[in-house]
Write a protein that binds this ligand. Sequence first.
Ligand SMILES: [Zn+2]
Ligand SMILES: [Zn+2]
Length: 222
Amino acid sequence: MGHSVRSRRFAWAGLLAGALLLAGRATRPAPRPGAAPRLLPLGRVPADLLADLASDLTAVVAPAQPLPLELHEPRRQLWRAAGLLDAVPPGTVSQPALAIADVDAALPGRTCVFGLAEASQQRAIVFLSRLRNPRDRAALRQRARREALHELAHLAGGQHCPNRRCLLFPAVTPADVDRRGERFCRRCRASTAGRFSQLLGPLPELAVRDLPGQREGAEGVR
Ligand SMILES: [Zn+2]
Ligand SMILES: [Zn+2]
């Protein structure tokens, strides 16, 4: 289930997981021609991070758009997440739109989110601010990639999953993103991985044996 706001389904999340486990696995296969996300910087996004993400996701980078200043709430020092997603021009199945904003954003009455996706418009957004680790600058690239992969999985039709190590687990904290990793659980692999692979090529981790069983998940579905 996703998170429903104004009759629309927002899925939000983060990504990640056994970083050490994943390190050293095969590199990502080349994507199919013509199937690549379009990375759209909203406001100022560090150029090196954008380049890393474009490389990791085999994405094309669009010219930056300004952040709509009316979506900033100075009192809470937050940006309106849903409004920012609305500002992202819709994408297509073969080229979904993935915006990146280096801000802190929240849904109405909620805590902050790491990202949102709107499958009907094939657009998603990742918010970088809360993914930073002041003690580990390199963590941002991995977290941003994992969050981006999570949102792209929603655009491929994926729904949130209670398996904490599954790509479709809804992360609430950066630690969730770190734990989650870049693999689908068996169930989500069956339901989502096919369409996802048409976009990015099969994730190398998909070849690995199934994830451990679904034990947790109290905070799984929002
Ligand atoms: Zn999600
Ligand atoms: Zn799953």
